[in-house]
Design a protein around this ligand. Structure first.
Ligand SMILES: Cc1ncc(C[n+]2csc(CCOP(=O)(O)OP(=O)(O)O)c2C)c(N)n1
Ligand SMILES: [Mg+2]
Length: 357
């Protein structure tokens, strides 16, 4: 049986996909290059990624203490994906939809960590008034349309959001994130077909963190080079080093150019890795500790940005100040989420049904 690979093992930095047999006369997106970030942008990437990491560690602790109920899927290891992509989008114009591993995406939007943590603990002040919990966070104000627990469903909903952008001619692009496991769901391909047929402005992003719930992508997928999955629908795919925020941002710029040029959808396969279990209870029999440790040591996305910062002349002390600041923000978010009140009973009946006349 094929051994699971680490993110960098079989991915070149970022390569545009031209599989054998593809129609070479068709225009294709350019091969992306790494984004050239300023020192300020690098500092912001670092800040956001450390915020996600520390927030998720704290969420794991609060779960252990019983403050968080239900499901909880942490984003640790995948920080470069949400941060790199989100940084290229236009706030309030482009829309985003994802699955249940959604806390990092909310944070990358700049949404207050307090209201995200309070959602996790089911409080009135939570972003979905405590009714959505970990998997169902929404912020229509930010054009963030969830947070979905049905694997793959967000891809079809994303195609609908992209249809909305086209119909209203508002210039927006939808980014629909889904996992390597979700990439085997049937509705994903119905959505690919329609999206390409109608040239919808959508970037399909597969967060290939190498594992679904209890098995690896190699064991579960006949075609495990997921960037090729759109080719038979004429959707070009690009494989990206999802552990490198600059590679992610560079590929997103190229994808946006493609979609905004009226070419229809594009698929980005982000090769990344989840360090923690699938959710909070996961015996993790499908991989070894050594494998996880090797990725942490060799490809950690935060350590990667730290190296870029040092190369840009930022001192270890400056980095430490950011780290301390983030610890404080996360501690305050946790205090808030533990102490703020639960929703009133009448909340059970609000935002449940939309009535249209
Ligand atoms: C339609 C459907 N089938 C099965 C499940 C159970 N389930 C929840 S998460 C998951 C694995 C999905 O893995 P992947 O798409 O790789 O996302 P990741 O958890 O790695 O982010 C499964 C099978 C579900 N929630 N919905
Ligand atoms: Mg996965």
């Amino acid at each position: 049986m094929a051994k699971p690979t680490t993110p960098r093992a079989d991915s070149a930095k970022a390569k545009a996909a031209v599989p054998a047999g593809a129609d070479h006369n068709r225009p294709r997106p350019e091969t992306p290059t790494d984004y050239k970030a300023s020192k300020e942008e690098l500092l912001e990437f670092y800040r956001q990624m450390v915020l996600i990491r520390r927030f998720e560690e704290k969420a794991g602790q609060l779960y252990g203490l019983g403050f968080i109920g239900g499901f909880c899927h942490l984003y640790i290891g995948q920080e470069a994906v949400a941060v790199g992509i989100q940084s290229a989008l236009k706030p309030g114009k482009d829309s985003v939809i994802t699955g249940y591993r959604d806390h990092g995406h909310m944070l990358a939007y700049g949404i207050d960590p307090k209201v995200i943590m309070a959602e996790l603990t089911g409080r009135e002040a939570g972003i979905s008034r405590g009714k959505g919990g970990s998997m169902h966070m929404f912020s229509v104000e930010h054009k963030f349309y969830g947070g979905h627990g049905i694997v793959g469903a967000q891809v079809s909903l994303g195609a609908g959001l992209a249809f909305g952008h086209k119909y209203n001619d508002d210039g927006g692009v939808c980014v629909a994130y889904f996992g390597d496991g979700a990439a085997n769901q049937g509705q994903v391909y119905e959505s690919f077909n329609m999206a390409e047929l109608w040239k919808l402005p959508i970037i399909f992003v597969i967060e290939n963190n190498q594992y679904a719930m209890g098995t690896s992508v190699n064991r579960a997928s006949s075609e495990d080079q997921l960037y090729r999955r759109g080719e038979s629908f004429r959707i070009p795919g690009i494989q990206v080093d999802g552990m490198d925020v600059l590679a992610v941002r560079g590929a997103t710029e190229e994808a946006l150019k493609w979609v905004q040029g009226g070419n229809g959808p594009i698929l980005l396969e982000m090769k990344t890795y989840r360090y923690r279990g699938h959710s909070m209870s996961d015996p993790a029999k499908y991989r070894s500790r050594d494998e996880v440790q090797a990725v942490r040591e060799n490809s950690d996305p935060i350590e990667g940005v730290k190296k870029y910062l040092i190369d840009a002349g930022v001192s270890e002390d400056e980095i430490k100040v950011i780290d301390q600041d983030i610890r404080k923000i996360v501690a305050e978010a946790a205090d808030f989420a533990e102490t703020s009140p639960e929703p009133e009973m009448h909340e059970l009946y609000t935002d449940v049904l939309v009535e249209q006349y």
